[in-house]
Design a protein. Structure first.
Length: 276
């Protein structure tokens, strides 16, 4: 039987490796998370134990295994219209504001930890609904969606979801309007929504070579980073925003120590941040 226990030293070594690769800080007591996320890879890569897997990952002996381990540790479940407030703020405040700017440039939105695509596709649905109420406005919108994980990006690009995933946060009305049944029993997102989103692989620790954005959504990802790394990422996100652009964080995340970069905007309920 495959051993799935790990020593304190193995855990510390893997934790350091993971932080260096993608910024995630595990802390002192997440051994259970490492075991549950990585145990399936032991059999997949035909290894004798989880200890062998951790050793091969940390030493870089097997690049494919290393990528798979980071992928397993960074993949998180997501929902359609998660937390709701950001999408209401988008619909009621941000889209009307940008529609009135009458810019010749496209409205550019970045979903910076998009997982399997629910966030950027939710944004695209809100934009489609807005256009129907304001004909002729926001004709040119480009949504860029990034994630560190190749496997979740493959799912996102396909735009096809099982019923259990569709049921997480999506109303029956939106399901009917924006999806069609697929041949294998799932639901396929309609082309007019899918075509609005471009997916790219990106590690938030790396340089952002994506151009400038009007709105950046960086939700439920900064909570995994150290305070120092969080500050670095928020500073670089500021550099990726157009003048007067907006940053939207997760419900449990806030800007600390960067009052010279962002101005807080109260949206009752919800808070967003405008680039200074």
């Amino acid at each position: 039987m495959t051993a799935i226990t790990i020593s304190d030293q193995e855990y510390r070594d893997f934790s350091r490796f993971l932080e260096s690769q993608c910024g995630i800080v595990l802390g002192d007591s997440k051994q259970y998370l490492v075991r549950s996320r990585l145990s399936p890879l032991v059999a997949k890569f035909k290894l004798a134990s989880l200890s062998d897997l951790l050793r091969d990952v940390v030493t870089g002996r097997n690049r494919e295994l290393r990528v798979a381990a980071v992928d397993a540790m960074t993949t998180n479940e997501t929902l359609w219209f998660r937390d709701n407030h950001p999408f209401r703020i988008l619909q009621e405040k941000l889209l009307p504001e940008f529609a009135e700017r009458n810019s010749l440039q496209p409205l550019r939105i970045w979903s910076s930890a998009c997982s399997t695509g629910q966030e950027p596709y939710s944004v695209a649905m809100v934009i489609d609904e807005f256009r129907r109420t304001r004909p002729g406005k926001l004709r040119d919108v480009k949504i860029t969606a990034t994630d560190i994980s190749k496997s979740v990006l493959e799912v996102a690009r396909r735009g096809e979801y099982e019923m259990i995933a569709i049921g997480r946060g999506l109303s029956p009305e939106r399901q009917k309007h924006f999806f069609t049944p697929s041949a294998n029993g799932g639901w396929q997102i309609r082309p007019q929504i899918k075509s609005m989103v471009e997916f790219k692989e990106l590690n938030l620790l790396d340089r952002y070579m994506l151009g400038k954005f009007d709105i950046i959504m960086c939700r439920n990802v900064l909570i995994y980073f150290s305070a120092e790394l969080k500050k670095d990422i928020l500073t670089r996100l500021h550099g990726a925003l157009n003048p007067g652009g907006y940053l939207i964080l997760g419900a449990s995340e806030s800007l600390n120590g960067l009052p010279n970069l962002y101005e807080m905007v109260q949206c009752h309920p919800g808070i967003i941040y405008r680039k200074k």
